[in-house]
Every structure is written in structure tokens, then in C-alpha cells.
Design a protein around this ligand. Sequence first.
Ligand code: NAD
Length: 469
Amino acid sequence: MDERFLHTIDGRGEGSERFFAVNNPATEEIFAHCPDASPEQLDRAIAAARRAFAGWSRLTFADRREALHRFADSIRARTDEIAHVLVREQGKPLAEALDEVTRSAGLLEAMCKDEPPVTTLSGTPRHVMLGYKPMGVVGAITPWNVPLLLAARKIAHALFAGNTVVLKPSPLTPLSTLMLGLASREALPAGVFNVLAGGNDLGRWITEHEDIDRIAFTGSVATGKAILASAAPTLKRVTLELGGNDPAIVLDDADLDEAAAGIFRGAFLNAGQICMAVKRVYAPSAIYEPLVQRLTDIANRQKVGDGFEEGVDMGPLQNRTQFDKVMGLIEETRSDPRARITTGGHRLNRSGYFIAPTIVAEAEDDMRVVREEQFGPILPVLRYDDLDDAVRRANQTKYGLCGSVWSSNVERAETVADRIEAGTVWVNFHLGSLPFAPFGGFKQSGIGREFGDIGLLSYMEPQVINRPL
Ligand code: NAD
């Protein structure tokens, strides 16, 4: 048993009776076995978190901040080792994995600066104070695309607010998150932060558990709906960060080189497996061909390969299901006589779930590659002749996570951005979130926000103390 890959329960490493295999998507080979937590282990982790809550919630914000800084340092001390595991289980290039570890540690500090306010409410004959209290035990559930960063943004605010945490990573990428647990053991009091690996059942046991107070979830829309339903009987507080189908609208005055470079990065980072990636581009006919040409040229320059290979830009898809889904979209697009695949459109001739970066020109609104979240290295580019019509089409989706507008006139772009129905709209940029800017989705892209003061307060209950003057 690899001592790095253990659950963290009540401050100690623990294996399980059962294990499941973890694959390397670049080789399609099993490279590790991960302990599979039992219901009894989950019960013990939640009980430990509940016990630890009593002391942790009474600490000052300054004390908790200090502990989270220790946790960040402990992660940083293992950056290389965690990043190597992340490349093997997730597939991303080593430079991106190193960046993910470093930024995850950084979030534990950056998100814990400002304490929630205590305010005196006026206009009353009594003295009324509004403050905020931690909720209790948070169950955090994460997906396989950016496992560490998505965990860190939950842990940081949940713990800083005074809650304790039970975290469950995706069974497809559990190992790097188990190593976060390992790093926490020397930094945090026992029971404050627990990590358990397991399958979807473990997720369901968490969301149904009587003694979990709050669910923080990132993943697919379908799972988000199931979680909301299973949290209802116990009225758990829930935040859901779900899928997206982000539009990028290019205006006729955009700098084409900059727009193409920014859109390409925004669409293909992590092989397109990012909730807030560009998933559709709307370009005016006047600049349509030069934009498609530039995107195609950039795609042709990408080095796709194993994350450990020198100079690699893009890794494989993370798993077989996702690979099959994207290949299915490619085949359907190829058989549509309207669409033109300008580059890519095939898997690489080697083992591993590699797909060449694919640009689809003359894409239309009704095509599945446009309507659905592809979550892979394929980008449809649509034409428009009327900007109002482009905005209408961009908004014609059940999703509303992010979007972007590209123009050399930022004020003009901002007026278009204002009309996009999404939680975040960038101008001349796409991808990336800031610890102080609330992030989340409109419509079926989610409920609630992470980051910023809204994110921190979502881990707390408002409490009014009302006394005579
Ligand atoms: P998923 O929903 O299949 O799984 C996510 C997590 O939920 C995993 O840990 C899984 O084990 C767990 N789970 C599955 N069924 C469950 C259930 N019934 N109850 C409780 N937990 C359950 O998602 P995925 O395929 O791992 O991730 C890809 C999706 O995540 C994409 O749709 C992507 O857009 C979305 N995503 C969203 C964001 C965001 O911030 N909005 C970020 C990254 C990914």
C-alpha cells in the first residue's frame, strides 16, 4: 500500500478493505490502486469533523488564517510530488500540474484575507447586530478535470469560516487530492479536514448523511440535480458549480491575432476539459475566414502528448467515456455536409486518449457540437451578420456560466458583455477566476457562488442579535 494514497480521517492516514484501480489516460494503463471508503469510514470521518467543529469554530479568524497558511506551506513543500501524481492520473502537461498545485496552495491564503463584517442595523428602536456563524460540517465533492484547484476553493472558505470538511474527489483522479489530506495532517487539528476516496456511491452517502450541514459540489448538471434532490430531506445548504457552454463573441473591430490566441487558449487549455472554457465562437462574416484561419494555424502548432514529454502543450482526454463522447461529436460533425473541419478531427495514432485539436468552421446553432458542452479539444465557429442576433443566439442555452467579448473598443465590448446571460463575462480574455470575484453560473450552470465575500458568506448563516438599547 502506498502511504501517500490513504484517506485522511480524524488526522490519521487510513486504508480500506477494498481498492479501485486508477488509470493513466496517456497510456491507458493502471498505475495505482486507491482505497475505497466504506460507509463506516464515512461515518467516522463525519463524527470526527463534528467533534473538531466545536474547537475550530471558536478560534478567531486570525488563528484559522494562520493554520491555513501552514496548510498551504505543507502543500508547497510537496509540489513536485503532487504534480507528478496529478499528471499521471489526470493527463495534463507537467507545467500545468505544477501551476495547479502552486495556485491551490495560494488560494488557501488569498481567499482568507477579509473577515465577514459584523454590522449594526439602523432604523430601529432596538440595538440590532448582524453577524455570521459557521454552519458545521461541509461535504465537498469534486470532479476530475482540475481536482486540486476546485477542492482548494471550497476548502479555503469552508475552513476559514469556521466549518470542518469532509472532501471526496472523483474516483478518476483521487490520488492528488488524497495527498492534500496527507499535507493537512501536519498543519491542521485532527478532524478539521478529512479526505475520503470512493465512487459515486460515496458521494451519495455524503449528500444524504444526516450530520452534514452544507454541500459544496462541482461537477456535471445531471449530478448537480441529483445532489439537490438528495440534500432536500435534511435541508442542507448547497452550492452547485456545474457545466457551461460558454460563447465567445468576436466583434468586427477585434484585433484578430490577439482574439485568436486568447480564444484558442480559452478553448483548449486542459484539452478543453474546463467548465468555463470557450465552447462556441461567434464571428462576423467580414472577419470570419481570417479568424478561422488563425485558429487553425494555432491548432496545427500544438504539441499533443504525454504530460511528461518535453514541450507538450496538450495532454489526453482524462477518461474513456469523455474520449468516446468527443469522438462521437466529431463523427457526427463530419457527417454533416454543412460543417467543415479545418484541422484535427482524429485521435492520435498511439495509445492514450489523445485527440488532435479540432476546429469546426460553418458550425450552426442546431448542431450537437454547438448545443452541448463538448468538454474536449473541439471548437465550433459560427457566423453572424447582425450583432443583436449573435447575442440572442449566444444566450439561447440552458447554461450560463461564462462568456467573452472581443473588440479593440473595450467600452463597446462592455455593452455587449452586459447582455450576455452568464455569471462571468470577460472582455478580451477567457478563462481564469480571481479569489475576490464571485464565480458561478446563471440558469442550469449552478446555484450560488464561490470566491469573494458572497462565497465566504455562503459557508455561514446570518445571525441577528436583537437587544434593548
Ligand atoms: P460528475 O458530476 O460525474 O462527478 C463529479 C463528482 O460527483 C465526482 O466526485 C463523482 O464521484 C460525484 N458524484 C457522482 N454522482 C453522484 C451522486 N449521485 N451524488 C453525489 N456525488 C456524486 O462530473 P465529472 O464528469 O467528474 O466532471 C465534469 C463536469 O464538471 C462537467 O460538466 C464540467 O462542466 C463540470 N465542471 C464544472 C465546474 C464549475 O466550476 N462550474 C468546474 C469543473 C467542472
